[in-house]
Design a binder for this molecule. Structure first.
Ligand code: F6R
Length: 263
C-alpha cells in the first residue's frame, strides 16, 4: 500500500486525475471502476475539463460503478446513476452502453449480480478502481463484516451509513436501506486501486485502514492485500497515522528514482 500525504484534496485529485488521463492516453478503451459520494467529485471535474479542452477522448472507455441503492429509479435525485450523470457522464461522451451499474431494480437480482461480475470480466477486468471510504471503513457498500472475498451482491446498510447519507434526503423522505455493491473480492481484482479520504471525520478510518489489522470488520483494511494500491490523504484525514514521516520519505525516494529513470 502506497500512502501519499497531500496538502489539500485538490492536490490529490489532480494526481489521481493525471494518472487516469495518462492511462487513458495509453489505452483508449480503459476500464474504470467508479465511486460516488463527495470524495471523487474533484477528480470527475478534472476529467470533464480534460474532455472539454480536447485533452482526452473517453469515447471508448468502459465504466463499472461500485454500487447503487435498491429500488431508486434511475432519475431519482439520490440515485447513484443521477449522481454519476450530473458529476461525470454528462460531460464525458461515453456511449451509454459502455456505462454499467450493479442491478438495483426488478427481479433475479442475485443472478444479475453474477452477470455484473461476468460483464467486468468480459471487459477485460478493471484497469483503475477509484474508491472513497466510509467512516466505518466501508468501500463501495461493503459494510463491516463483509467477506474479504465477497462478490457483487445485495447488502443491508448500517445505521451509521444511513445516518451519514441522511443529509441528502429531505425530512420524511424514504431513504433506501438496501443496496447492491461490488464485493471486496471484486474490488481487489482491479489492476490498480486509488483510494482517497479527506477530512477529520475520516481520520479514525484512515488509521484503521492503513495501520490496523486486515479485518472484515473494517472492510477498507482488505486493501492491504492488494499489490498496487495508492491511498491519498489530506492532513486532517492523516492526523492519527503513526508513520507519516516514513510515508513522506517513501514517496520522496520513489519520485527521485522515477526522475532518475530507474523505475
Ligand atoms: C459510494 C461509495 C462509498 C463512498 C463512501 C464515502 O459509491 O463507494 O463507499 O465512497 O461512503 O462517501 P463520501 O465520499 O461521501 O465521504
Amino acid at each position: 500500500m502506497e500512502i501519499v500525504l497531500t496538502e489539500t484534496p485538490a492536490d490529490a485529485a489532480e494526481r489521481v486525475a493525471t494518472e487516469i488521463l495518462t492511462a487513458l492516453a495509453k489505452k483508449p478503451s480503459l476500464v474504470l471502476g467508479l465511486a460516488t459520494g463527495s470524495t471523487p467529485i474533484q477528480v470527475y471535474e478534472r476529467l470533464r475539463e480534460a474532455r472539454q479542452s480536447g485533452e482526452a477522448d473517453f469515447s471508448q472507455v468502459r465504466t463499472f460503478n461500485l454500487d447503487e441503492y435498491l429500488d431508486l429509479p434511475p432519475d431519482h435525485p439520490q440515485s447513484y446513476r443521477t449522481f454519476m450523470r450530473d458529476h461525470l457522464f454528462a460531460g464525458l461522451g461515453i456511449p451509454p452502453e459502455q456505462i454499467h451499474f450493479p442491478p438495483s431494480e426488478g427481479s433475479q437480482l442475485v443472478q444479475r449480480c453474477g452477470d455484473y461480475e461476468d460483464a467486468i470480466v468480459a471487459a477485460g477486468g478493471i484497469d483503475i478502481q477509484l474508491l472513497g471510504m466510509g467512516r466505518n471503513g466501508h468501500v463501495g457498500f461493503n459494510e463491516p463484516t463483509s467477506s474479504i472475498r465477497s462478490r457483487t451482491r445485495l447488502k443491508t446498510l448500517t445505521q451509521r451509513t444511513l445516518d451519514d447519507n441522511a443529509r441528502f434526503y429531505a425530512d420524511g423522505e424514504a431513504q433506501p436501506t438496501l443496496a447492491s455493491t461490488m464485493g471486496i473480492g471484486t474490488i481487489l481484482d482491479a489492476r490498480r486501486i486509488l483510494l482517497q479520504a479527506y477530512g477529520v471525520k475520516k481520520a479514525n478510518a484512515v488509521r484503521a485502514c492503513v495501520e490496523g489489522p486486515v479485518s472484515s470488520f473494517f472492510p477498507a483494511s482488505a486493501l492491504q492485500l492488494h499489490a498496487n494500491t495508492t491511498c491519498y490523504f489530506d492532513p486532517e484525514a492523516a492526523q492519527f497515522l503513526a508513520m507519516t514521516d516514513y510515508y513522506r520519505e517513501t514517496r520522496k525516494n520513489k519520485e527521485a528514482l522515477a526522475a532518475a529513470g530507474r523505475m
